[in-house]
Design a protein around this ligand. Structure first.
Ligand SMILES: Nc1ncnc2c1ncn2[C@@H]1O[C@H](COP(=O)(O)OP(=O)(O)OP(=O)(O)O)[C@@H](O)[C@H]1O
Ligand SMILES: [Mg+2]
Length: 475
């Protein structure tokens, strides 16, 4: 997961990936374990009985040795046919996990739109398919054992007949023959067991295919061997003729150029879906540019280590992200060795202290990974406190205060203003009051910059920005 490009995770169903990592690995392990134990004892038994049979009578042994592998052929025939059924089973199970994952996460939305019955129907449909293909796979694969046993019985009968003729001609005594028959029986048994395991292995192999497909997925572009580590960045950020699109058919950002001096504040505004967050994704190198380049302190970010580039940015986003653990651990995320006092100081600056204090266990309150018990705004305050704590040289605020009430927002704006002093910052905001102070305001539309300047000059030019601004402050 950690080396895959974000693009992969963005386009695949989470539940299917989870199913690969949990269910498929489990089945694979079970199959291998069973396969190997059977194989090991089987091979030993075969070798042992073979020696004794050879001692008793070589011609009959040859008959046994030649005929027994027929059961493998039968098992193989069935296994190749069940392979597709097992593949279908794994795929459907992935689909089912994906649906369950989605339903657990989005139950509120399901209830809001009264989709319960539809969802149940969808689940029933997938479950029905899973039942059908599991049944098929299990039924056909369990045919293996009876079939191979039938073949083995044929071998047994052949040995009996061949041995009887030999005994009549005096080639073997009846006592030896009956002894031999019991060895022949012993000898064929492991073949039976091993071929039974082949179906088990077949299932394991199908799961292995899905696991390896994930493992062999193209990882993100490797860092060059001489990738530089970006220490404390000065904060010169340059975008040169950058073009980028998530999907090749749908052009998004084209020929985007921008030069930001250290300590400058850049605000990006524009209608929903114009590509503001995308610019941020490119700056953080969550996605690589298709053309052009982005340089920080004069070095192309593709020649920097990803880790060092990202630690130089402090980021607060539209969607908040918390992990299971205490409030303290959550704030400490970017700076694990911070003391309790430092954490409290940062929380105070982010105006999160007062609500944290009111939680049952204060800073030691354990929250779940989706922060279930916190309000959206509280989660965002925690994320702000997190950045306040590590204070990296560059900042990215993408709608960082979108969920916070106006009064707290004004207070946080002041904290942000202090924090941004001397730090190159990128701010995305819909509320234009929050970006008036920016040094450069970029107005974006459909992935392009249509206006650029500071607040006064943009207002004076009377373009898109002036329109937007006046519509927010009409009257
Ligand atoms: N992972 C993705 N894969 C494909 N297309 C995407 C992806 N993320 C965003 N897009 C598309 O790219 C365009 C720009 O999205 P972006 O998130 O940059 O908008 P935005 O300006 O941040 O909007 P908002 O103000 O709503 O946050 C949108 O049309 C969106 O549908
Ligand atoms: Mg956005």
């Amino acid at each position: 997961m950690e080396i895959l490009p974000l693009k992969y995770l963005d386009t695949k169903a989470t539940g299917d990936i989870v199913s690969r990592v949990i269910a498929d690995v489990d089945t694979f392990a079970d199959g291998l374990l069973m396969g190997f134990t059977q194989l090991f004892t089987g091979v030993l038994t075969i070798a042992g009985t073979l020696i004794f049979m050879l001692i008793y009578n070589i011609p009959i042994t040859l008959v046994v040795v030649c005929l027994t592998p027929v059961s493998f052929l039968v098992a193989k025939f069935i296994a190749t046919r069940t392979h597709d059924m097992f593949a279908e089973q794994s795929k459907t199970r992935g689909e089912q996990t994906a649906l369950i994952e989605e339903m657990v996460g989005n139950q509120k939305i399901v209830k809001t739109f009264s989709r319960e019955e539809d969802v149940k129907e969808t689940f029933g449909e997938i479950n029905g398919r899973l039942q059908k293909c599991s049944l098929n796979a299990t039924f056909y694969s369990s045919l293996t054992n009876p079939c191979t046993r039938f073949v083995n019985s044929l071998v047994y009968a052949s040995v009996g007949i061949f041995g009887a003729f030999l005994a009549i001609r005096g080639g073997i005594t009846v006592g030896r023959l009956s002894c031999f028959l019991s060895y022949a029986n012993q000898y064929t048994k492991p073949f039976n067991e091993i071929s039974g395991v082949i179906t088990e292995l077949q299932n394991a192999l199908v799961c292995a295919e899905r696991i390896f497909a994930l493992i062999e997925e193209e990882p993100q572009v490797a860092e060059p061997a001489d990738a530089k580590v970006l220490e404390e960045a000065k904060g010169v950020v340059e975008l040169e003729k950058v073009s980028f699109s998530y999907v090749p058919e749908k052009k998004l950002i084209q020929n985007f150029s921008l030069k930001v001096a250290p300590g400058q504040r850049v605000a990006i505004v524009g209608p929903t879906g114009c590509g503001k967050t995308t610019v941020i994704n490119l700056l953080m190198r969550f996605y690589d540019v298709d053309q052009g380049c982005i340089c920080v302190d004069g070095t192309d970010i593709r020649n920097l280590t990803r880790g060092s580039l990202r630690t130089n940015y402090g980021m607060v986003l539209q969607e908040t992200w918390l992990r299971g653990g205490t409030i303290l651990d959550n704030i400490r995320m970017g700076k694990p060795d911070a003391t309790r006092e430092e954490v409290i100081q940062a929380a105070k600056e982010a105006h999160a202290h007062s609500f944290i204090k009111r939680l049952p266990n204060g800073y030691d309150t354990v929250i779940t990974e989706d922060g279930g018990s916190l309000s959206q705004g509280q989660k965002q305050l925690l994320c702000i406190a997190r950045v306040m704590l590590c204070l990296p040289p560059m900042l990215i605020l993408d709608e960082a205060t979108s969920s916070i009430d106006t009064r707290t927002e004004i207070k946080i704006q002041n904290a942000f203003a202090r924090m941004m002093e001397g730090r190159t910052s990128f701010i995305v905001a819909h509320r234009l009051s929050t970006i008036r102070e920016a040094d450069i305001i970029l107005v974006m539309k459909d992935g392009n910059i249509i206006e650029q300047g500071n607040h006064e000059s943009l207002l004076a030019s009377g373009g898109f920005y002036a329109n937007l601004y006046n519509s927010q402050f009409a009257g």
